[in-house]
Design a protein around this ligand. Structure first.
Ligand code: GUN
Length: 282
């Protein structure tokens, strides 16, 4: 038996087509959804992500600006720039690409973004809203994963879900969303003893560690749904997930590939959040 491959690229395309109508409605009211991405410094991976976001937005007729700031910018200057953007009535979304240089405190920066423009859903008040079960903006990657699970009609109520990785960007919000839908959720981290004992129990396994191919087929329950959030560049230049695809595909019931799985969904959900932010102005 080999697993069903969950095609994130195709699902992202379908969702984008469904957004046309909402964009046209906003346009008819004189509104063009607009995002500004702030990129600090010259991290090559961040530059690629930012370029992909920009291209996706402009292809759909949304407004997208990239504000590229030098790596040695002071925290105060960055905060002032964000405060200025907060005041712009024609701007609906502000995203600060992470990671930031080490002299800047990312929590302070994120919490300076107006919560109603925080399309990443990282602001402390948006994180809190999600925690109490009333999300305002759902972080894009876990939001995309939930869409994939819904499209695959994966039963969540009563399911055993294991999330490997406890970041604020993916692991923690992912766990909250799965729990909200009635899954029994375990969050594993780098200190978890006997990781395989946990992952082998999972009906739904989400891996977001940034450690290439750390989950192998022998750690997966036969028939499980495996969601690989990792994007790692191997020494051979090829992209690799956090799951070893070749062994996992033989055991899982369904699995996301890398590339073409979670990645395209993340950008698509950023579109959804930005359109949502603009619609709230109607
Ligand atoms: N860096 C890696 N993933 C993300 C993301 O989803 N949003 C932002 N702002 N930075 C990131």
């Amino acid at each position: 038996m080999t697993a069903t491959i969950i095609d994130g690229k195709a699902l992202a395309q379908t969702i984008k087509e469904e957004l046309h109508e909402r964009i046209a409605h906003l346009n008819s009211k004189g509104i063009t959804p607009a995002l500004t991405v702030i990129l600090v410094g010259d991290d090559p991976a961040s530059a690629v992500y930012v370029r992909n976001k920009h291209n996706t937005f402009t292809q759909l007729g949304l407004k997208s600006d990239v504000l590229h700031l030098p790596a040695d910018i002071t925290q105060e200057a960055l905060l002032n720039k964000i405060k200025e953007l907060n005041q712009d009535p024609l701007l609906h979304g502000i995203l600060v690409q992470l990671p930031l240089p080490s002299h800047i405190d990312s929590h302070t920066v994120i919490d300076t973004i107006a919560p109603e423009k925080d399309v990443d859903g990282f602001h402390i008040s948006n994180a809190g809203a999600l925690m109490i079960g009333h999300p305002r903006f759902i972080p894009c990657t876990p939001y995309g994963v939930m869409k994939m699970l819904a499209t695959q009609q994966v039963p969540l109520r009563g399911a055993e879900a294991v999330v490997v990785g406890a970041s604020n960007i993916v692991g923690k919000p992912m766990a909250l969303l799965l729990q909200k839908e009635g899954a029994t959720v375990t969050i594993c981290n780098s200190k978890t003893k006997d990781l395989a004992a946990h992952t082998k129990r999972a009906d739904i396994l989400v891996v977001a560690t940034g450690r290439p191919e750390m989950v192998t087929g022998d750690m997966i329950k036969p028939g499980a749904v495996v969601i690989d959030v990792g994007i790692n560049r191997g020494e051979d230049g090829k992209l690799k997930g956090d799951v070893e695809f070749s062994s996992a595909v033989k055991v899982a019931g369904a699995i996301t590939p890398v590339p073409g799985g979670v990645g395209p969904m993340t950008i698509t959900m950023l579109l959804v959040n930005t359109i949502e932010a603009a619609e709230r102005q109607l």
